[in-house]
Write a protein that binds this ligand. Structure first.
Ligand code: PBG
Length: 329
């Protein structure tokens, strides 16, 4: 007797794991992932970041070990964030040749050469006493043009130190053009720019601010320069502007609440599209899993796969090491 409803075509292809693997439309791979790493000046042992379980502030030495281990797991791209021991009004640590990220970049470049893609976040918020991503004018607002001069210096310092890719994350107008020009006129025309083009003023950066020890002065926020999460079309304008100014790759950040934006950007451009699965996205998985409310490995894989399915070619994620261990284990 034939069944009332014959098995549908999609169901027929779902029957076994091997069949599901054969027809999968999206295949996550270690090559897609970039590991964000923190390096702190003036410490002699790594310090755990409580709000990002499993992530630490590295010493220069422990960072070297970490990046080598990541490379052995197939994670061949990292992005560095620095925590300086002193901060000032203009964020000098961001461009000082002896600044912590510059030192870490040269350590890693001498250890690994071109074996790993070395990226550096290019912003001043970790280095400024007020915690903003730019230089403040006399009224406490960010002065866009004064900030661009500092970004240009930071780009040159990072490239001199060995960065393959600089990643401006401050959402200043004109930042990509100014950085491209500064790199080109200082012998670094081969250094790439990954632009944080569509970066939203998200509540999901909370754990990151603990990781880099940043408090915005007076309980302020970044809504004056980062994007309003109610807007998606606006993201396309930002992306177009960055590509026109010379961005080699563009980024949407955060990732999961912005899958529509990732998909729209993917449709619009031909350059690689990155998405940042940010600190809060990671911490939510860790916290719920620690409570036994969700299965860590399933949800983590689901998140990363969804980001790729939406159209991201590159995913910056604190889950990179875990994924490398999972797939090499
Ligand atoms: C700015 C920067 C931030 C993040 C990456 N680069 C913080 C911010 O804009 O406040 C957040 C990353 C995360 O939450 O994982 N330098």
């Amino acid at each position: 007797m034939s069944a009332r409803f014959p098995v549908s075509r999609p169901r027929r292809l779902r029957r076994t794991q091997a069949l599901r693997d054969l027809v999968a439309e999206t295949r996550l791979n270690v090559n897609d992932l970039v590991a964000p790493l923190f390096v702190r000046e003036g410490i002699d042992a790594p310090i755990p970041i409580l709000s990002l379980p499993g992530v630490v502030q590295h010493t220069r030495a422990s960072l070297r070990t970490e990046v080598r281990e990541l490379a052995d797991l197939g994670i061949k791209s990292v992005i560095l964030f620095g925590i300086p021991s002193t901060k000032d009004e203009i964020g000098s640590g961001a461009f000082d040749p002896q600044g912590i990220v510059q030192l870490a970049l040269s350590d890693l470049r001498s250890d690994l050469g071109d074996q790993v893609v070395l990226m550096s976040d290019l912003c001043v918020d970790e280095y400024t006493s007020h915690g903003h991503c730019g230089i403040l004018d006399g009224h406490g607002s960010v002065d866009n043009d004064a900030t661009l001069e500092v970004y240009a210096k930071a780009a040159i310092a990072q490239a001199n130190a060995g960065a393959h890719v600089v990643a401006p994350s401050g959402m200043m107008d004109g930042q990509v053009g100014v950085i491209r020009a500064a790199l080109d006129s200082n012998g670094h025309s081969e250094t790439s720019i990954l632009a944080y083009s569509a970066k939203y003023a998200s509540g999901l950066y909370g754990p990151f601010r603990e990781a880099v020890d940043v408090q915005i002065v007076g309980g302020g926020d970044r809504k004056g320069y980062q994007q309003d999460w109610r807007n998606a079309r606006e993201a396309l304008t930002e992306v177009e502007a960055d590509i026109e100014q010379g961005a080699d790759m563009v980024m949407v950040k955060p990732a999961l609440a912005y899958l529509d934006v990732i998909a729209a950007v993917r449709q619009l451009v031909n350059v690689p599209v990155a998405a940042y699965h940010v600190s809060g996205e990671y911490s939510m998985i860790k916290a719920a899993a620690a409570n036994g409310w969700i299965d860590h490995d399933i949800v983590a894989t689901e998140h990363l796969t969804a980001i790729k399915r939406a159209g991201a070619d590159i995913i910056l994620t604190y889950l990179a090491r875990w994924y490398g261990e999972l797939t090499n284990g």
